[in-house]
Design a protein around this ligand. Structure first.
Ligand code: PLP
Length: 400
């Protein structure tokens, strides 16, 4: 039976059109874009085209605001390190409790090794940022704010356009990790106060190991990879030209698919969610249901282990995830669900299904059919479920 892949927030299949666009840059078009001869010129043109394709997808004003990197993690690191270096008189940063480890691990490291004061802003039960705590943390001591555009586990969207305005008022730079948002929702940076934005190729049917950091014109930027003058001196090292061409093509395809395909994907996600909620008792959706990515469903089934659900789904040919790929393998519920105070009895049984334009109705039917007996079987074995029937009041989720 054809496998059902519903783990697109972890990574996506490279679109065959992307592969086709990349192939010549491994073979005939092998030149170095910095070279002065014809081999270099053609490849230099291809890099420029890719920059424009990304510029268009995120609504940047200028193509040179795009700096190619090795992916989301490098972009996130570069944004924060650059800001702290550019504004040494400011020794604080702000982020949220539900960021990706690419931000949170760096913040912890900076706190420990450089004495940077890190304000970690909490979220509520729906994963929404505590706006009062955010305002209270903002001051002229803050060099950089880094708040994600969309959460990778629940899909919850953050009001980054408004948050950036508030950061600007105290002269802090505003960075957003938009690795999960780019290509899934419309983004138009021109009219915002967002200074920097991270994106990653492999989350939008592009290749792995390539990404970009948008740096608004005029923002003081300090290169974190010293070397040649590539990327206008903002990132040394010969460009990953096949990857850059692939990322550009992926951006173009994502922009084309933005309306019709995203609406179709949302329909698939909603049908899956409705089907599971109807068929499985003591189950609820985590995150901000009314304000989230159209492709993500994080569903918590009380009184069972997420890991066991994944193993049995895998046996049925269905690939999903419990929390983020980086935290699966650990039996602790994810830091995102803990930050949202999802009760332990439910957080353990949280499963993330994330769609892409490659999914179809048959995929949804397969999960709706496979999941209820899996949950029933696991609950039969669960000491917590025995006799629980209806969830005890203390475990009732607080979500409406
Ligand atoms: N930020 C978020 C929100 C992510 O979901 C991921 C990947 O899972 C990353 C950053 C890291 O991106 P990359 O894998 O390109 O380094």
């Amino acid at each position: 039976m054809k496998p059902v892949y519903l783990d697109n927030n972890a990574t996506t299949r490279v679109d065959p059109q992307v592969v086709a666009a990349m192939l010549p840059y491994f073979t005939e078009q092998f030149g170095n874009p910095s070279s002065m001869h014809a081999f270099g010129a053609e490849v230099g043109g291809a890099v420029k085209r890719a920059r424009k394709q990304l510029q268009s997808l995120i609504g940047a004003e200028f193509d040179h605001e795009i700096v190619f990197t090795s992916g989301g993690t490098e972009s996130d690191n570069a944004a924060i390190l650059s800001a702290l270096e550019a504004m040494p008189e400011r020794t604080e940063m702000i982020t949220s409790a539900v960021e990706h480890p690419a931000i949170l691990a760096l913040a912890a490291h900076l706190e420990k090794t450089r004495g940077i004061k890190v304000h970690i802003i909490p979220v509520d039960a729906k994963g929404r940022l505590d706006r009062d705590a955010y305002r209270a943390a903002l001051s002229t001591r803050v060099a950089i704010v880094s708040i994600m555009w969309a959460n990778n586990e629940t899909g919850t969207l953050f009001p980054v356009v408004e948050l950036a305005e508030e950061a600007k008022a105290v002269g802090a730079l505003f960075h957003t990790d938009a690795v999960q948002a780019v290509g899934k929702i419309p983004i138009d940076l021109k009219s915002t106060a967002i200074d920097m934005l991270s994106l990653s190729g492999h989350k939008l049917h592009g290749p792995k190991g390539i990404g970009a950091l948008y740096v608004r014109r005029g923002v003081r930027f300090r290169s974190q990879i010293k070397g040649g003058q590539q990327e206008r001196g903002r990132r040394g090292g010969t460009e990953n030209t096949p990857g850059i061409v692939g990322l550009g093509k992926a951006a173009e395809l994502a922009e084309q698919a933005m309306h019709d395909e995203v609406t179709r994907v949302r329909g698939l996600r909603d049908r899956l969610e409705k089907g599971l909620l109807q068929r499985i008792p003591n189950t609820f959706v985590t995150g901000d249901v009314d304000n989230r990515l159209p492709n993500t469903c994080n569903i918590a089934c009380e009184f069972i282990e997420g890991e066991a659900i994944l193993l049995l789904l895998n046996r049925a040919g269905i690939a999903a995830s419990s929390g983020s790929a980086c935290t699966s393998g650990s039996l602790e519920p994810s830091h995102v669900l803990r930050a949202m105070s999802v009760p332990y009895t439910a957080a353990h049984g949280a499963t993330r299904f994330s769609f892409s334009r490659e999914n179809n109705d048959e995929d949804v039917d397969r999960v709706i059919e496979a999941m209820p007996p899996i949950i029933e079987k696991l609950r039969d074995l669960s000491p917590f479920w025995q006799g629980a029937g209806e969830a005890p009041a203390a475990f009732k989720p607080v979500y409406a």
